[in-house]
Design a protein around this ligand. Structure first.
Ligand SMILES: Nc1nc2c(ncn2[C@@H]2O[C@H](COP(=O)(O)OP(=O)(O)OP(=O)(O)O)[C@@H](O)[C@H]2O)c(=O)[nH]1
Ligand SMILES: [Mg+2]
Length: 702
């Protein structure tokens, strides 16, 4: 890499994001072909598609894990991350957006703006990622550019600006008009896809003029020089428009809208031009914010500069059967060499980077150093998790974190044989290390292993990977909803734990406050002063609280959104021990929890149904009978759309019911929205089913 290393202003780190099947992987594969990285065009369902390299991806023709690759276009170095569209793999989008400088949002025109597009759009908003919108599948039946531009405006953003027009639509789609250059481009197969420039055909001239004016009008709002020239009717250079668009794309005030058909080999090269012209380099993105290791309020900035102290973020962990754990990182500042030691300020561990690899999907190229602004994978890290910072030991910093979704579905699994049993624990721990949206635990009542994830497909893939990668065969139970418990207000509790047996007694006394926490699942804040509880017992309180949280209190579901603050207590010189404080914490926790307005939470899903109009009534009635709240309904070229928020527990077997209600003519999609308090009658039912009382009793006895 050292020889052809580009200056940082010629580097782009981009992602391709969209709902399922919009053509992200096809587009990425085409990019690799046009940039000369690949010599043959492969489709995503071919076994040779590079980006979908996992066996499960090839078999199913969908992307499951995000893959990174790199290419060169107009002398710029472009690092690309292709992300999955299926809602079950939303963590892959989240982690990619965290480290990208720009994203191409793909739309499948025939489907308009779909729910997952809105979700990824909001995720990109969260990380303030600049975007262009690339309207794919212009060749497909139902493609309607102008209606789709309207739907972008009404559904995702009013900051979109049309910079291209299609010539012909659906099976008539022939070419793309560039409204900056005012030229038409065709894409002709001549042992290669050749981009040819033409004059705009007469029948498209008026429309092109109209859209060009609208584009300049919008763009000039942000650029004084452009506005002056536009109002004065002067000639406006292409460079001037480009500069204005670029500035406002970078500050996420504007999203250029382009079109094409990746599969039909039309328009992708112009999209690549836009990446070079409009997307920020790591330099344009500026300093990355973080905070002091001991003080979250103290902001520290790291500039994208080789001379600054090293800072990087681990955004993906992958266990490779041949080389071990691969940790994907984005370097924000400094230079990292193979053999360097870095600090993980979250775990306070020192990590050694044995080897550095440039990744092309699952193929790799070894390099000796990686510079600020780039993406690569490390070999050799032992205890670094997704989202952790890695930094210079002498200049520690914690960069802004990423957020992970809570799993919504549980499935019980059982190893098929004794040999499987032995390997299962390790395999599950490896899988959960890779994927923060996957968890597993042992249910205390049934003693069964429960795996929890974002949906049935997610868990199906996990079970498949257990079998193929880890050679562990399991039997699975029925999927269940992942409920949670939480509190609605703050409360205090106090517990003295005293026990006198024959020999030494046990004494632990804690006063603690339980507070509601919005942003995180759990936080521990030690407020004990003056050594009223000796420092060595404080970790036992934290541990006791964590164990209680994992077990739940009302009905045995994990507790979330709580801050535990021990503020006073006392101890006994001889009789106090870690175990005594841990038990006192258990008791106290339950006491305070029950006073703090405890509730059970359930996952609520955003459900979208596209149905022929004659079934709208049936669909709405059915959703309401599932405790659903209808959000809105609208018309689309292929029928009516109904959106509702429905508890996940009411949505099992929905697809089958919907099909039979609509004679197989309706389709639905669903994704996690939020956790909400369950109505009291449902809570009662859940508690009875889970025999919560037994559980509490059991804890008391410990
Ligand atoms: N008609 C048409 N089909 C396309 C186009 N681009 C992709 N497809 C097809 O759409 C299907 C999905 O393409 P992919 O590239 O796998 O889509 P994806 O967005 O990567 O899908 P996930 O990663 O699973 O979310 C495939 O059958 C492609 O051949 C296009 O421009 N026109
Ligand atoms: Mg894909």
């Amino acid at each position: 890499m050292a020889e052809d290393r580009k200056p940082l202003n010629m580097v782009r780190n981009i992602g391709i994001m969209a709902h399922i099947d919009a053509g992200k992987t096809t587009t990425t594969e085409r990019v690799l072909f046009y940039t000369g990285k690949k010599h043959k065009i492969w489709e995503t369902h071919d076994w040779e598609a590079d980006m979908d390299w996992m066996e499960q991806e090839k078999e199913r023709g969908i992307t499951i894990t995000s893959a990174t690759t790199a290419c060169f276009w107009r002398d710029h170095h472009i690092n690309i991350i292709d992300t999955p569209g299926h809602v079950d793999f939303t963590i892959e989008v989240e982690r990619s957006l965290r480290v990208l400088d720009g994203a191409v949002a793909l739309l499948d025109w025939s489907q308009w703006v779909e729910p997952q597009t809105e979700t990824v759009w909001r995720q990109a908003d969260k990380y303030n990622v600049p975007r262009v919108i690339y309207v794919n599948k212009m060749d497909k039946l139902g493609a309607d550019f102008y209606m789709s531009v309207d739907s972008i405006k009404s559904r995702i953003t009013d900051k979109g600006v049309v910079v291209q027009l299609p010539v012909g639509q659906a099976d008539e789609f022939k070419a793309v008009i560039d409204l900056l250059k005012m030229k038409m481009y065709t894409f002709e197969w001549n042992m290669w896809i050749e981009v040819k420039e033409h004059e705009i055909p007469a029948d498209m001239l008026a429309k092109s003029q109209e859209y060009r004016e609208a584009m300049i009008d919008k763009v000039s709002m942000f650029d004084d020089e452009l506005a002056e020239k536009f109002l004065g009717g002067e000639e406006i250079s292409i460079d001037l428009i480009k500069r204005a668009i670029r500035n406002w794309v970078i500050s996420t005030q504007l999203y250029p809208i382009m079109c094409g058909s990746s599969l039909g080999n039309k328009g992708t090269q112009l999209m690549l031009d836009a990446v070079v012209d409009y997307f920020p380099s790591p330099l344009d993105r500026g300093a990355m914010k973080g905070h002091d290791v001991n003080d979250e309020e103290k902001i520290i900035e790291r500039n994208p500069d080789d001379k600054e102290p090293v800072s990087a973020i681990a955004f993906k962990i992958l266990t490779d059967p041949f080389v071990g754990t691969l940790t994907y990182v984005r370097v924000y500042s400094g230079v990292i060499h193979s053999g360097d030691s870095l600090l993980n300020p979250v775990t306070w561990q020192r990590e050694r980077v044995w080897r550095l690899l440039l990744m092309h999907a699952n193929k790799r190229e070894e390099i000796s150093e990686i510079h600020a602004g780039h993406i690569c994978a490390f070999l050799g890290l032992k205890d670094t998790r997704t989202g952790n910072t890695l930094c210079d030991e002498k200049n520690p910093v914690i960069l802004e974190k990423m957020t992970f979704p809570e799993p919504v579905i549980d499935i019980a699994i059982e190893p098929k044989s004794k040999a499987d049993q032995e390997k299962m624990g390790l395999a599950l721990s490896k899988l959960s290390y890779e994927d923060p949206s996957f968890r597993y635990y042992t249910d205390k009542e049934s003693n069964q292993t429960i795996i929890a994830g974002m949906g049935e497909l997610h868990l199906e893939i996990i079970v498949d990977r257990l079998k193929r990668e880890h050679k562990v065969e399991v039997i699975t139970g029925k999927p269940q909803v992942s409920y949670r418990e939480t509190i609605t207000q703050s409360a205090q509790g106090e517990w003295v734990f005293k026990k006198q047996s024959w020999g030494r007694g046990q004494f632990g006394h804690v006063l603690l406050r339980l507070e509601r926490l919005e942003e995180k699942d759990y936080e521990f804040k030690d407020e004990v002063t003056g050594g009223r509880i000796p420092k060595e017992f404080i970790p036992a309180i934290d541990k006791g609280a964590k164990e209680t949280i994992a077990q739940g209190i009302l009905a045995g579901f994990p507790i979330i959104n709580v801050r535990v603050c021990p503020y006073d207590g006392s101890y006994h010189d001889v009789d106090s021990s870690e175990i005594a404080f841990k038990i006192a914490t258990y008791k106290w926790f339950k006491d305070a929890f029950m006073k703090a307005g405890p509730v059970i939470l359930e996952p609520i899903m955003n459900v979208e149904v596209v149905t022929p109009e004659e079934y709208v009534g049936t669909v709405m009635w059915d959703l309401s009978s599932r405790r659903g709240m209808i959000q809105w309904q609208d018309k689309r070229w292929n029928g009516a759309v109904v959106r509702a928020k429905v508890p996940l527990s009411e949505m099992f077997w929905y697809t089958t019911d919907l099909r039979s209600n609509t004679q197989w003519r309706a389709q639905s999609s669903m994704e996690f929205s939020n956790y909400e308090k369950v109505p009291e009658w449902v809570a009662k039912k859940i508690m009875e089913e889970r025999a919560g009382a037994w559980k509490i009793k059991k804890m008391d006895e410990e």
